[in-house]
Design a protein around this ligand. Sequence first.
Ligand SMILES: CC(C)(COP(=O)(O)OP(=O)(O)OC[C@H]1O[C@@H](n2cnc3c(N)ncnc32)[C@H](O)[C@@H]1OP(=O)(O)O)[C@@H](O)C(=O)NCCC(=O)NCCS
Length: 170
Amino acid sequence: MEQNHDKLRPRPVSDSKSEMIELVLPNDTNPLGALLGGRLMHWIDLAGALAAHRHSHSHTVTASMDHIDFLVPVHVGDMVILQSAVNRAFNTSMEVGVRVVVENYITGSHQKVASAYLTFVAVDRHGRRLKVPPVIPETEEEKRRYDGALRRREASKAERERRKAARGEE
Ligand SMILES: CC(C)(COP(=O)(O)OP(=O)(O)OC[C@H]1O[C@@H](n2cnc3c(N)ncnc32)[C@H](O)[C@@H]1OP(=O)(O)O)[C@@H](O)C(=O)NCCC(=O)NCCS
């Protein structure tokens, strides 16, 4: 397993914080001019990958994306801001949180559109898994997300095991 020890130096959450801004164009929308859910999920995946790359300093693959609720409709011409950061790193995987807001650039107001947790796995150029550095949570909010990430990992592992067992019974 290819490893570079400096790459495994623990990193604060602030090192991985990323922001991606998209202007919603007609090709991103349905015939009523509302942003397609699939397009938003694609942007969430990209915004999450930015944070995962910055934390791990490596290539990554998306292992999973959790449940997403689309809270408000987004329209053609809106500005969508996607903010991401690594909440916690494990062995080869990282949980990334992505928060999506829509900005009304006329009034300057922001409204939450969606949020999601994704898991990325670090890989080398041959697709072999790589160890990732630990995350150092600094603020109270970062510590809350860090603790939550372990609970979510355990819950999703248990759910994967349950589904595997259910498929075995079919
Ligand atoms: C994600 C992937 C690398 C996991 O490989 P695997 O052989 O199942 O590896 P393991 O079961 O040993 O798990 C490796 C790590 O991934 C995590 N993981 C695996 N499946 C996961 C899932 N569904 N959700 C969240 N984490 C997952 C494990 O918890 C483990 O984390 P750790 O090393 O930090 O403890 C592999 O399934 C893969 O390559 N999937 C395709 C990824 C891809 O192409 N994504 C783009 C979408 S098309």
